[in-house]
Design a protein around this ligand. Structure first.
Ligand SMILES: *[C@@H]1O[C@H](CO)[C@@H](O)[C@H](O)[C@H]1NC(C)=O
Ligand SMILES: *[C@@H]1O[C@H](CO)[C@@H](O)[C@H](O)[C@H]1NC(C)=O
Ligand SMILES: [Cu+2]
Length: 181
């Protein structure tokens, strides 16, 4: 009987960890319109409706013969002068993982396009803020059912979020070790 509840606890903990690890959201810039000058897409408005987090993926989809993606400084973003970009992308389907908090400025480097509004500011205000899914028990609830001290459990789960899946696996391994003694 005890082993059944142990297995259940491990499975639930595993699901929580996996959910936390796979919490990264993929955002397609401009949604269905993509990265374009057609239709006067307001990328400022587009970005304003999103809450970006570290680990999220920003995807630019566009015709590679018409546009490109340049990561630039704030000054370059403001002045639309991308003559010396920090990074450049040109496949037409560029996925960029956001690794730090703060502003990430992107413009199209084709003459006139940035001026026409093909520029976006991805602002990550917080790194670890998405809520835990409410359908599942909270990490502290699980901790109460296992011999793992609860503050450490909650802290480690929070730490795992936004980190690599390797850390998730380490957390699972640690859990299994404690639960199966
Ligand atoms: C754009 O920036 C570069 C490097 O900062 C500078 O040399 C150039 O004069 C600028 N061009 C314009 C049009 O402001
Ligand atoms: C862009 O690449 C992703 C995989 O990285 C793929 O799933 C998606 O279908 C591609 N989109 C287009 C429009 O090519
Ligand atoms: Cu362009």
């Amino acid at each position: 009987m005890a082993s059944v509840s142990r297995v259940f606890a491990v499975v639930v903990a595993l699901m929580v960890v996996m959910l936390q690890v796979s919490n990264a959201t993929v955002y397609k810039v401009g949604d269905s319109a993509g990265w374009t000058t057609i239709g006067n897409i307001n990328y400022k408005e587009w970005a304003a409706t999103k809450t970006f987090h570290v680990g999220d993926v920003i995807t630019f989809v566009y015709g590679a013969q018409f546009h490109n993606v340049l990561r630039v400084t704030h000054a370059m973003y403001r002045s639309c002068n991308a003559s010396v970009p920090l990074e450049s992308f040109s496949t037409g389907n560029d996925s960029i993982t956001i690794k730090t908090k703060g502003h990430h400025f992107f413009v199209c480097g084709v003459p006139g396009h940035c001026q026409a509004g093909q520029k976006v500011d991805i602002n990550v205000r917080h790194s670890l803020t998405s809520p835990t899914p409410s359908a599942l028990p909270s990490p502290t609830e699980i901790a109460a059912k296992t011999p793992v001290p609860s503050p450490n459990m909650a802290a480690s789960l929070k730490f795992v979020k936004g980190q690599s899946s390797l850390l998730g696996l380490i957390a699972i391994a640690t859990l299994v070790f404690f639960v199966s003694d």
